[in-house]
Design a protein. Structure first.
Length: 302
């Protein structure tokens, strides 16, 4: 505990934290972690997880398995059945993942906040003017996954995935220290823009998983490839995959961020704000009038 306390004090010093997690060969470290974490050796796995615990509040009590063949196996662990109840209200979008809520609220025209006082234009994140217009004056929530959290993400409602845009980029850390110092950080990092539509011709909802340092890849269940910094396939990936609310869509291979975008008319559920913890399946966004989501709008994704 003394070692963990000392490490916590060191990493809480902003200048040192930024130096250790960003002023390093980020892409090289990310590739190394991708390979190292997959080493299937019980001794390596046990030691790696022990070191991980020194830097993070890792809780494996909800994990489906009790032993892990590699650190990757632990990163991408599944949970026991029933560990994450799903909000069943059809007017509510549930959180796709365990997270700490970051910048969130109403989109200012087509600008959103990365952190307090640090806006960025949606076009720089999404890259498609028509998609940006879909979310003008809408709502957004930034969900930051700590490295110790459950890394799988799930459908926030009954929906159909219609398209994925993969945008190759950097691997800056996405912790609060870096978010304050690196302008338009999310727009610089590797990410996938996942366009979905709520069931029965409902509103368009876009999820943007953003990778970061040590995040070796993003796995999406409906694609037969891993999206990562060595991916050389097409950037525009048409898709057609249906998911029920709460159904698993994919995972990160470390901790990172998912940004959720909803069109005008949605709002944060009560009690949520920057810094609030949230679990997968909990109420995240809803229509103030509680109209069933399948009847909200008829906006098109182009």
């Amino acid at each position: 505990m003394k070692i963990k306390s000392l490490l916590s004090r060191i990493t809480n010093q902003e200048d040192l934290n930024f130096l250790l997690t960003n002023r390093v060969p980020r892409a090289l470290l990310t590739r190394f972690m991708g390979k190292f974490s997959k080493i299937e050796n019980p001794v390596v796995a046990k030691l790696s997880i022990a070191v991980w615990r020194l830097f993070a509040d890792l809780d494996l009590s909800e994990a489906r398995q009790t032993r892990f063949k590699s650190m990757h196996d632990c990163f991408t662990r599944q949970l026991k059945d029933g560990a994450r109840p799903i909000d069943t209200n059809p007017a509510v979008l549930s959180s796709p993942c365990d997270a700490i809520i970051g910048a969130c609220g109403q989109i200012d025209g087509t600008d959103v906040l990365q952190a307090k006082g640090a806006p960025y234009p949606l076009i720089d994140l999404l890259g498609d003017p028509a998609l940006v217009e879909t979310y003008r004056d809408g709502s957004y929530v930034t969900l930051r996954l700590k490295s110790s959290m459950y890394h799988r993400f799930h459908a926030p409602a009954d929906l159909r995935v219609e398209h994925v845009t993969y945008i190759s980029g950097d691997t800056w850390n996405v912790n609060p220290v870096a978010l304050k110092r690196v302008e338009k950080l999310y727009c610089k990092n590797e990410r996938a823009v996942i366009r979905t539509r709520l069931a029965n011709g409902g509103a368009p909802i876009t999820l943007v998983p953003v990778a970061a340092i040590l995040v070796a890849s993003i796995r999406l269940h409906w694609l037969d490839v891993l999206l990562h910094i060595r991916y050389r396939g097409p950037n525009e990936i048409p898709a057609q995959a249906d998911f029920a609310k709460g159904q698993e869509m994919g995972w990160f291979e470390h901790g990172s961020t998912i940004i959720v975008f909803a069109p005008k008319g949605f709002a944060l559920c009560p009690g949520l704000q920057d810094g609030s913890p949230i679990r997968m399946g909990a109420a995240l966004l809803r229509r103030p009038d509680a109209t069933p989501l399948s009847k909200i709008g008829n906006l098109s994704i182009q």
